[in-house]
Design a protein around this ligand. Structure first.
Ligand code: GLN
Length: 280
């Protein structure tokens, strides 16, 4: 079978099972199976594939059929300016989370020297993207998942950032190391009872640990705010991603803990998503 045939076959299998972008998914999975880019498969439609490549492709198509996200099948996701290794142990980076990077870049000039802490770092995408943009920043990332720490370290290495970043396997409650000018976090903030309403591709495959915000959706946010209080320097900035309906409560929590609310930013779906505050 050549590239053209196999691409069509992959597309039709996905289409029959109502996967929403069958052709695109088939292309991406073929690129990943033969480790070539899209340009190659477009320019070489008649190139034959060997049995090993075919086997890898069919295995990926089968996983996609069951709803597994493309990022887990290809083990990569683009975020801000870079590609990050991801697997089922970490949340797939979301475009809305790039709002945090945008805000950091607005607040700090290129030459600023800043100690930044990322609480619940996952694949490390927030922290590492910030460090790539700001050469004098030093970063610390923590996560309660050991696998996440392995992945974020791997991503740091890929992006040549190991000299400026440290990752620790720690829950937020136990972390007492250092004082930071900037704390960022995208904690789990989905209410436990709402997890089942998330998209099937999310709820069946992404780690609940990275999504589950407990009975009211605030249990992890509360922990992050309480701990940030101990770890942040005076006048330090605290940037938090929140759920679409959490602005009022999080604002209150922050104010009670001695933060001034600078602004709340809406995401691409026009939902409140990112809250920027300063420790006073
Ligand atoms: N924004 C994610 C979602 O849509 C949730 C991320 C989180 O809980 N931090 O599923």
């Amino acid at each position: 079978m050549n590239i053209e045939n196999i691409l069509n076959e992959g597309t039709s299998i996905l289409q029959k099972n109502r996967i929403s972008n069958p052709h695109l998914d088939s292309e991406i999975l073929l690129c990943s199976s033969i480790q070539r880019d899209k340009k190659y498969i477009i320019l070489n439609p008649k190139k034959n594939l060997n049995t090993n490549e075919l086997e890898i492709f069919y295995r990926l198509i089968n996983r996609r059929l069951k709803g597994e996200p493309i990022a887990y099948l290809t083990n990569k996701k683009e975020f801000w300016n870079d590609n990050f290794f991801v697997n089922k142990d970490v949340l797939i980076p979301r475009p809305d989370t790039e709002l945090i990077i945008e805000q950091v870049l607005k607040i700090y000039l290129k030459k600023s020297q800043v100690q930044v802490l990322d609480i619940g770092t996952g694949c490390g995408c927030i922290l590492l993207s910030i460090l790539r943009e700001r050469p004098n920043f030093y970063g610390t990332g923590i996560d309660v998942s050991k696998e996440s720490i392995n992945i974020s370290k791997f991503n740091a290495k890929q992006l040549n950032l190991i000299d400026r970043v440290k990752f620790f396997h720690s829950s937020v409650d136990n972390f007492i190391f250092g004082k930071y000018d900037l704390i960022v976090s995208n904690p789990p903030y989905i209410k436990l009872s709402n997890l089942k309403y998330l998209d099937k591709d999310i709820v069946n495959f992404e780690p609940k640990l990275a999504l589950n915000g407990g009975y009211d959706g605030f249990s992890e946010i509360r922990k992050v705010i309480n701990r940030a209080n101990i770890l942040i320097k005076k006048k330090g900035k605290f940037i938090l991603e929140i759920g679409f309906n959490q602005k009022k409560k999080v604002k209150n929590l922050l104010e009670k803990n001695g933060y001034y609310i600078n602004k709340v930013i809406k995401d691409y779906g026009n939902n409140d998503r990112c809250i920027i505050s300063t420790k006073i």
